[in-house]
Every structure is written in C-alpha cells, then in structure tokens.
Design a protein around this ligand. Structure first.
Ligand SMILES: [Zn+2]
Length: 346
C-alpha cells in the first residue's frame, strides 16, 4: 500500500490516459442502465452491484466473451452516446484532462449503425464531454483481431468518415493465433492517411508479436507489450526508438496475463529503459481506475510524488495531442506538482 499522502497527490494530479476501451470503461451504473433497457434480451444484470460480480473473469477468453455481451447492449445512437458521455464524466472526476479512447466500431456496425451515424454520435458525445467536463477525448479505431471484412470495414470507417477526433488505428481482440503481420496493409493505408499506429501486441502472446507490430505495422506505441520483457534485443529496440508501452498492470492480473502484481514485468521494462505509461484498459471490469493504476505503479516502482508526476508527464509526451496541447498539460502538471508537493521546501 502507498502512503495516503501519495494517494491524495495522485487523485488530484492532472493526467492523460492512452489505453482505455470505450465499452470497458463504462461504469457499472451506465452498464446496468443499458442492461435495463434490454432486460430479457441480455445476460448482463440491470443492477450495478451485480454488474461488478459479473466481471469475475476466469481467463482472457472469458473476459472477451463478457466484454462482447456488454458491447451488445449498445444498440441505438442514444445507447452509444450515453456510454461515451458517462466515460468522459468518470475520467474528468479522476482529473484526466486528455484521453485516447479505443473504440472497436465493428460490432456496432454489425448491429446496424450506419458509418456516418456512428461517427456523428461519438463526435457529438466527445464535444459534449469537452464542453461539460473539460476533458479532451480522441479516438483510436480498433480492428477487432479478425481479418477480412471486419478489418476492412474498420479501416474504411476511419478513412471514409475521418471524424475530427480520430488520431490512430488500433488492433485488439484475441491475440493468440492472430499474427499482427496480416494487418500490415490496413496499417500502411492508415499511416499513409496520417493516422498513428497503436496495435495491441505481447499482452498474452510472445515478444515475436511485438516485433511484428513494430516491423510490419509501424507501431508508434504498443498496447500492453509486456511480453517484450522476454527478449533483450526487443527491449533495446523499443528503448532506442522510444516506442512506448501502454502498460495496464491490474488488467494483466485480471486476465491472467501475469500471475500477480508482485510478478508484473513493469519494473523490468523500466529498468531496460523502455518508455512506459500506466493505463486502466477496462477499469470497472477490472475493479480499478486510473488513479489506482498510478498507485500500483508507484508501489511496483517505488515512486515518490516526483516519480508519479513523471509518469503523468510520460503519458502526455507519448500522446498524439498537438504540441500546444502537450505544453499546456505539461505546464499544468508542473504547477500542480509544485503546489502540492509534501517534500519540505529547501
Ligand atoms: Zn486494451
């Protein structure tokens, strides 16, 4: 456990989050509200307390199955808007000033959303979140780990609609047996159109998947990438090329990607000089939030207030926020750290 003073410092610290999924970030209150709209036609409970119990995952596969049951609650534009707006409000309450929210459009399009309608709804929710809470949201459109039409459809949505908030193309879904390289044409097209490349790799698969993401998908950051720790040459490469890993410690324990927090490779990654950020991934599903992940990182890395503020700065620097926005947010972190440091003034 970290000291209460450090917890308070983290809670008030202005932060950026780079790895969080839109459905996975929905609070049990919002999920229960959506489930109530479809009672009798969903296994998801319509009671927030029961939603929390519903999120007890046996393994990564069970997690993905549960995740898709919650995705299936988003059936109308109003459902989608409610979800995004709720996530934005929850982030603002944690002093998240900027977030790149990973959205997997495929299941929503398969449910009947028209591409333009889908983008209009998320953009409207994004603008309302910014106006009401001051939190900037940006989108990472995520290929759901399925080649063929789902991957093609995701790319087309990104390139044809190109909503203002879109900054990157991602690759999520199942990893095992889903080589990253097969999506090279999609990432090449996205990058040619000016989008950034942020695939999941090395979460539950080997370092080879991270190499594929770097070499074949032009990854600028890697979602998770924790298994890079098994390959010293890869660690050197990531450090040298400043490819940031979006590390989500509690998520990795909940999906059984690592056996326990005590055995999490975060310290080894930092030791190897690899840039890292700390993120919540699917926070209510994993019984966490971004503040808690900062506390976990502080414990694993023995960080003090300065170390925690540096972690927040690392997320801003590795983000796809423009130069002006980055400077403003970094200045805000500096001012907060200066005003709230419990260290004696010398
Ligand atoms: Zn993820």
């Amino acid at each position: 456990m970290i000291a209460p003073d450090l917890s308070r410092f983290i809670a008030g610290l202005p932060k950026a989050e780079l790895h969080v999924h839109h459905v996975g970030a929905a609070s049990p209150r919002v999920v229960a509200e959506l489930a109530a709209r479809y009672e009798g036609d969903t296994a998801v409970p319509a009671d927030p307390a029961l939603v929390e119990a519903f999120y007890d995952f046996r393994d990564f596969t069970h997690f993905l199955q549960t995740y898709l049951q919650v995705v299936d609650l988003v059936r109308t534009p109003e459902d989608l808007w409610t979800l995004i707006y709720g996530v934005g409000g929850d982030m603002a309450a944690q002093q998240v000033r900027y977030a790149e929210l990973t959205i997997t459009p495929h299941p929503h399009l398969a449910r009947g959303f028209a591409p333009r309608e889908f983008c209009e709804v998320i953009e409207d929710a994004r603008r309302r979140v910014e106006a009401d809470f001051g939190t900037l949201l940006r989108w990472c459109f995520d290929i759901p780990g399925i080649p063929g039409p789902p991957a093609d459809q995701t790319l087309s949505l990104a390139l044809d609609q190109r909503p203002d908030g879109l900054v990157s193309l991602g690759l999520g879904g199942p990893e095992d047996g889903v080589p990253r390289s097969q999506f090279a044409p999609h990432f090449a097209a996205a990058r040619a159109a000016g989008l950034h490349s942020v695939p999941h790799a090395g979460e539950v698969t080997s370092a080879d998947y991270v190499w594929q993401a770097v070499r074949d998908l032009g990854a600028e950051r890697i979602a998770h990438g924790i298994r890079s720790v098994e390959d010293p040459a890869l660690l050197d490469y990531l450090a040298e090329h400043e490819i940031t890993l979006e590390v989500c410690p509690t998520s990795n324990v909940c999906t059984r990607a690592v056996p326990s927090l005590a055995e999490h490779p975060l310290p080894a990654l930092v030791q190897a000089g690899v840039p890292v950020t700390v993120n919540s991934d699917d926070p209510p599903m994993f019984g966490t939030d971004l503040n808690r992940e900062y506390a976990v990182a502080a414990e694993l890395l023995s960080l003090d207030e300065k170390g925690v503020a540096d972690l927040a700065r690392a997320a801003v620097k590795a983000s796809f926020l423009g130069a002006e926005g980055k400077s403003a947010l970094l200045a805000e972190i500096d001012a907060y750290a200066a005003q709230n440091s419990s260290a004696p003034l010398t």
